[in-house]
Design a protein around this ligand. Structure first.
Ligand code: ARG
Length: 565
């Protein structure tokens, strides 16, 4: 039963307005005591030539209660509708029981493909905290779009091409030791890469050597290609270890190198479209009309750059996937880069470029000096993950010493705490990483929500719900009803999250849901002896529905649940 659609239909009969107009105007009142839905009567003021409060009063007189709607009250210029609590509760609980993890799903995405590019670390370089931010947001967005029926393609645009690999090869040939590198590949490769830069200060001819190596690589020279492949392979092993920890996966690892043979065509197409101009020896797309610096396509030495590869990638994605949306989850500092390439593509007449979206995010700050910095100033992602799991384990050992699978629980909760932190505020805000708030089991944290889930599950383990019909008249108190309305709001939260590309909407949703559940749990006894059986069963159904929706909502954030913690 869709209560909103029902009210819309009734209002249409009452006012003679189109259902569509009404559906667009109807609001959810800011407070529960104002009802479930509100119709702003100013929509009718012009046609009726009456003041909205008067219209509201007249409509409330005309309105007749029925089995679904208890009353319609005029408050100021609004007509507020109150559902029959039991009828509404039953309808929501039945729907969740039937759809389970499919509750809140939609079909709006059916037949449409959304590409989500995220993570995209650079090979032979450490996977840093910004890449983790991208991974958290992108992984969540992909899950959110899937929930709405879109076919999603998860892409890792690895940074595995560019002149820096000429330097790395040169460094490797001079100082590389495979046995040492094998021990700790990324850090060792980083070391020799840094050394190259130091040495090149003193011996500039090293730069020429590096250029030569990159040229060889571009030409497909066997030895350099094998080295590059080796760097890529060892880097991927490390990245995948991190992805496994995070429970994250990709459909494509087509990174920058994948486009190395697809750039000539881009240059040709842009030239044919007559948008390439020369500037200080380089070939650029002039974007002064758009108030942007030019987008460089070919450097003065004829080499392609990051932007060229991105344009080639966009074209490839358009041809291969015919996308509805092509989303790039990349830090806000690269906002200009994306504006430039999108504008260049529009100039080339590729109108599908309007469906390319840069989804930016802020910086991560570490006020906590204690956050591991064993590598100097850079905070290493894997250290952060491990530390979170370790700290969670300590907390659990103390609070629940008899728990059997402590390690596994600490993994899920510790990693969940980090993902939650990244998705806690709107993504463009900077994030402050603090262990205290991240692992605060009572605060606004991942563990708080996971704990709420585990608490619900433990009730269900102690008394299994009988199943079958419940008497929803037994769960009409304010705390119970608020919880029901929160459950019902899940679908809208998913839609909002996708519309704004903001997983934070789901995060806020699930946190509020957990709060409402805990309030209900404190005021409505379930297992106590003096609770009658009908009430107990109805409340158990509410617990079951809540745990189901918390689990689904957390899964859209990429966070796993535990049965006990
Ligand atoms: N590898 C880049 C970096 O670490 C991010 C790549 C972003 N994606 C893109 N299509 N340019 O900064």
């Amino acid at each position: 039963m869709d209560f909103k659609a029902y009210v819309t239909k009734k209002l249409a009969e009452l006012t003679g307005l189109e259902q569509e107009t009404i559906a667009g105007a109807i609001e959810i009142p800011p407070e529960q005591k104002l009802g479930d839905l509100a119709f702003p009567c100013f929509v009718l003021a012009k046609t009726l030539r009456k003041a909205p409060p008067m219209i509201a009063a007249e409509l409330s007189e005309k309105f007749e209660a029925d089995e679904w709607i208890e009353r319609a009250e005029a408050v100021g210029g609004y007509l507020n509708f109150f559902y029959r609590r039991a009828a509404f509760s039953k309808s929501v609980l039945d729907e969740i029981a039937e759809k389970k993890e499919k509750f809140g799903m939609s079909e709006i995405g059916n037949g449409k493909r959304v590409l989500v590019e995220y993570s995209s670390p650079n090979i032979a370089k450490p996977f840093h905290i910004g890449h983790l931010f991208s991974t958290a947001v992108g992984n969540s967005l992909a899950r959110i779009y899937s929930h709405l029926g879109y076919e999603t393609v998860k892409i890792n645009h690895l940074g595995d091409w560019g002149t820096q690999f000429g330097k790395l090869i040169s460094a490797y040939k001079r100082w590389g030791d495979r046995a040492v590198i094998e021990q700790d590949p990324i850090n060792e490769l980083l070391k020799i890469y840094v050394k190259f830069h130091e040495e090149a200060e003193k011996h500039p001819e090293l730069e020429d050597e590096a250029r030569e190596y990159f040229k060889k690589l571009e030409e497909g020279d066997e030895e350099t290609t094998a080295l590059w492949q080796y760097f890529r392979d060892v880097s991927l092993v490390e990245f995948k270890r991190v992805y496994d920890k995070l429970d994250v996966s990709f459909d494509s690892y087509a990174g920058e190198s994948f486009y190395s043979d697809k750039m000539q065509e881009v240059v040709d197409l842009l030239r044919d479209a007559d948008i390439l101009t020369e500037s200080e020896g380089a070939q650029v797309v002039d974007l002064s009309e758009d108030n942007m610096p030019p987008c460089i396509i070919l450097k003065s030495d004829g080499a392609t750059i990051y932007a060229t590869r991105d344009i080639a990638a966009a074209l490839y994605r358009h041809r291969t996937y015919d996308f509805h949306k092509n989303i790039y989850v990349v830090g806000t500092p690269q906002a200009l880069h994306f504006k430039q390439i999108f504008a260049s593509m529009m100039k080339a007449g590729w109108d599908w470029a309007k469906d390319c979206v840069h989804v930016g995010f802020g910086l991560v700050k570490f006020p906590d000096k204690k956050l591991s910095t064993r590598h100097g100033d850079v905070v290493f992602l894997e250290d952060v993950l491990n530390e979170s799991v370790q700290k969670t384990l300590e907390i659990i050992k103390e609070s629940n010493p008899n728990l059997e699978n402590q390690e596994e629980v600490a993994q899920k909760v510790g990693i969940g705490a980090i993902l939650y932190t990244f998705l806690k505020s709107s993504r463009e805000k900077d994030i402050v990483f603090s262990w205290d708030s991240m692992l605060d089991f009572d605060g606004e944290s991942g563990p708080y929500v996971q704990y709420t889930y585990a608490r619900g599950r433990s009730i269900l383990r102690r008394v299994a719900p009988a199943g079958g019909a419940i008497n929803a008249e037994k769960i009409t108190s304010d705390d119970e009803y608020t919880l029901i309305t929160r459950l019902n709001a899940f679908g809208d939260a998913v839609l909002d999250a996708a519309e704004k590309n903001e997983p934070f909407y789901i995060n806020r949703y699930v946190t509020n849901l957990a709060r409402a559940f805990n309030k209900f749990y404190n005021s409505c006894p379930i297992l106590k002896d003096d609770v009658d059986e009908e009430t107990r069963q109805a409340r158990l159904a509410l617990v079951e529905a809540t745990t189901c929706v918390i689990q689904t909502a957390l899964s859209l954030l990429g966070i796993q649940t535990v049965e006990e913690m």
